[in-house]
Design a protein around this ligand. Structure first.
Ligand code: DGL
Length: 277
């Protein structure tokens, strides 16, 4: 990808953001995308606020340096722990014309519409759950919605290490789902509030009683970005549209292509980069 190409940057701690990228490409096929997975330092979910902020800022600045005018944090943990500080403290001072968007706001704006009973369950990393970002944001749009959260700290490590379909992995995942169902037996919607989790979709469905909808964020985020670009032509006109997609990883690129194919359905070539300063 040439430097003058202004791809949309898509960042995740690892492979999870690929589930968002897949939908972004469906909804915005003409745009260029530059994906960055910080696989060498994933998972972020159990790391402190300070560390997630520091790592996420490094990633965003790296993508800016590659020519991205707009970066999507395709990671709930980074969106919960780093987005606001980057938007409020870093962009106005250092990058006034660039934009960084997350995945939590677009999801919370719409999630209540999926539930008939007004009871929603959230499964997420420990970092996202503890940040209470979902509770705070949902309360703004749906003040009467009952929200039950379940932290699933083991899911991302299982997925990143391709252990989620082992017998042990399955039983850990099932256990977290059963805990959530016990917390609120009334819920009729469960949101996969971590971009890694859509890969578990079919598996989780087998643990759910009838009448519970399982929602993943990719399509919600993609539609929301399309809408954002139509409302912000000044950003849209800066973005290059040649349908080029490039992948960067902080880990070994052959590991990325192997594992990434599970998320994308095709093998992709990645370049290894160092993003820490
Ligand atoms: N995909 C990230 C998210 O949405 C996973 C975080 C992690 O690395 O633990 O939260």
């Amino acid at each position: 990808m040439r430097k003058e190409q202004k791809a949309i940057g898509v960042f995740d701690s690892g492979y999870g953001g690929l589930t968002i990228l897949k939908e972004l490409r469906e909804v915005l096929p003409e745009y260029d995308f530059l994906y960055l997975g910080d696989n060498a330092r994933a998972p972020y979910g159990t790391r402190s606020f300070d560390v997630v902020y520091e790592f996420t800022l490094q990633a965003v600045e790296y993508l800016f340096a590659q020519g991205c005018e707009l970066v999507i944090l395709a990671c709930n943990t980074a969106s919960a722990k780093a987005l606001r500080s980057i938007q409020q403290q870093v962009l106005p001072v250092k990058y006034p014309n660039k934009r960084v968007l997350g995945v939590i706001r677009p999801t919370t704006e719409i999630i209540g519409d999926y539930s008939e009973k007004g009871h929603v369950g959230i499964v997420a990393t420990e970092g996202t759950v503890k940040s209470e970002s979902y509770l705070i944001e949902i309360a703004k749009y749906y003040p009467n919605l009952k929200v039950a959260q379940q932290a699933c700290p083991i899911w991302v490590p299982l997925i990143e290490n391709n252990l989620h379909l082992t017998e042990g992995g399955r039983s850990l995942i099932r256990n977290d789902i059963e805990n959530l169902l016990r917390t609120d037996p009334e819920l009729d919607v469960i949101l996969l509030a971590c971009t890694h989790y859509p890969i578990l979709m079919e598996e989780i469905k087998t643990y759910l009683p009838e009448g519970i909808r399982l929602i993943s964020q990719g399509i919600i985020v993609a539609n929301s970005l399309k809408d954002y670009l139509s409302r912000h032509p000044e950003i849209d006109k800066k973005l290059s549209k040649e349908s080029v997609v490039r992948y960067l990883t902080t880990e070994n690129p052959s590991v990325f292509s192997e594992q990434g194919s599970t998320f994308l359905g095709v093998r992709v070539r990645a370049d290894q980069v160092r993003i820490e300063k």
